[in-house]
Design a protein around this ligand. Structure first.
Ligand code: GLU
Length: 461
């Protein structure tokens, strides 16, 4: 309502998002994911932004939507048969207003500058929400880990670091993992970094092994944090996760942590999925299956059917179907951007789902988010829900900088506290007149205001 009044009385302000979007779409044609991520944030913050003339005067938003810099490089490596291969590598340093550049590395065949720009942009606000001083960045390559041997992964990671090392540093830019890049890949990259830089500071990458500078609980942190956030969201809505049926997409590191914590909190994970189909688990996933997800990830086969083959009496695999076709209370997308479409949202509702916490970055398409919000389904966006991963990376940086190691209990307590604080920020900035919360708006405004204020205070740089 307020927004409409604003748009009627001040058409210039209403046009702001559209003006910026037209400019970006013309300047970067075809960069769809990047446009989608920017549009979502601008639409959320427009009203707040327009009540701060100092932002407009300093062109804060125009500057914020452009990355500080983009590094692009060729990565040449040799496969097991001796054939020479090459890929493109990137590091996008998006925004350093509140701290050094921080964000993961994605290895996936579909990686493009658009994908990494959307991820770097999202990361900037997500990192701002964590309460820790970290700027936003993202990197990666169109290298496809599926079907690659361990030796090929190592040679690729070393070749990737051969270029990347000059762009990063413990006080400058601190990469971590993301899709296709886990503890093993971080290990190979870290080994090569030390060799090249002759620097033995563990703080240059996060997500390291726990015996060589990695934080305890970092592998679990994204999934654990997502469930802590979900618990706060449910508690505010007078609900509890105990006994609820949960559907999870994916079976990588994030889905693994989410399955583990959801099960620990008394929920029943009744489905996981992969690019090949869905694995229904009517009795709920158990510890042995959760452990097996790690084996599946390490195999680089990228097939969820492997779970049903290993546990045939507990699981039923159906090819070509998504996790969203399985009846549940809570949906947790944990795989990839835009994995949940409007028709999936409709199917979820039809099957009784009443809450969706997006764990993957931009996992839900705009139509799906609109459908959830217009149909009374609780929804929270990835940049708030999954921020526990990078927050624990921030805790790893603190441990590295001070040369100490916290126990699992200490890290878990801090992660809890951070997720609670992120939830509070979303409520503060997203509360509606009727007392319900628009978590998309809340997360976007909270993150945006922090970065915008810092940029303003640091002048025109
Ligand atoms: N890739 C993760 C994310 O999307 C973690 C980044 C990090 O730990 O730096 O937030």
């Amino acid at each position: 309502m307020l927004f409409l009044q604003h748009s009627v009385f001040n058409p210039y302000c209403y046009m702001k998002t559209e003006e910026i979007m037209s400019y970006l779409e013309a300047k970067y044609p075809g960069e769809k994911e990047y446009h989608q991520a920017v549009r979502e944030v601008l639409e959320s913050v427009e009203e707040t932004y327009n009540s701060h003339p100092e932002f407009e005067k300093n062109k804060i938003v125009e500057r914020m939507v452009e990355p500080d810099r983009i590094f692009t490089f060729r990565v040449t490596w040799v496969d097991d048969s001796g054939e020479v291969r090459h890929n493109t590598g990137y590091r996008i340093q998006f925004n350093s207003a509140i701290g050094p550049y921080k964000g993961g590395i994605r290895f996936h065949k579909a990686v493009t500058p658009s994908m990494l720009k959307f991820l770097g942009f999202e990361q900037t606000f997500k990192n701002a929400l964590t309460t820790l001083p970290m700027g936003g960045a993202k990197g990666g390559s169109d290298f496809d880990p599926v079907g690659k041997s361990d030796a090929e992964i190592m040679r690729f990671c070393q070749a990737f670091m051969l270029e990347l090392w000059q762009c990063i540093g413990p006080d400058q830019d601190i990469p971590a993992g993301d899709v296709g890049c886990g503890g093993r890949e971080i290990g190979y990259m870290y080994g090569m970094y030390k060799k090249l830089a002759r620097e033995y500071n563990t703080g240059v990458l996060t997500g390291k092994g726990s015996t060589w500078g990695g934080s305890i609980l970092r592998p679990e942190a994204t999934g654990f944090g997502a469930l802590y956030f979900t618990s706060h969201l449910l508690a505010r809505a007078g609900q509890d996760i105990k006994g609820r049926k949960v559907c999870i997409s994916g079976f990588g590191n994030v889905a693994w942590g989410a399955c583990k914590k959801a099960t620990e909190l008394g929920a029943k994970v009744v489905a996981i999925s992969g690019p090949d189909g869905v694995c229904e688990i009517p009795g709920g996933i158990n510890g042995e299956m959760i452990d097996y997800m790690l084996v599946m990830r390490a195999s680089n086969r990228n097939k969820v059917q492997d779970m049903a083959d290993k546990f045939p009496s507990e699981c039923k695999f159906t090819a070509g179907r998504k996790a969203w076709s399985v009846p549940c209370d809570i949906a947790l997308p944990c795989a990839f951007q835009n994995e949940l479409a409007e028709e999936d949202a409709r199917e979820l509702k039809k099957n009784g789902c009443w809450c969706c916490c997006e764990v993957s970055n931009m996992g839900c398409q705009p139509g799906a988010i609109r459908f959830f919000q217009n149909n009374g389904i609780l929804f929270a966006p990835g940049k708030a829900v999954n921020a526990g991963g990078v927050a624990t990376s921030g805790l790893e940086m603190t441990q590295n900088a001070t040369h100490i190691s916290w126990s699992a209990r200490e890290v878990d307590e801090k992660l809890h506290f951070i997720m609670e604080s992120i939830h509070e920020q979303c409520v503060k900035f997203g509360i509606r007149k009727d007392g319900s919360v628009d978590y998309v708006k809340g997360a976007n405004i909270a993150g945006f205001m922090k970065v915008a204020q810092a940029m303003l205070e640091q002048g025109l740089v």
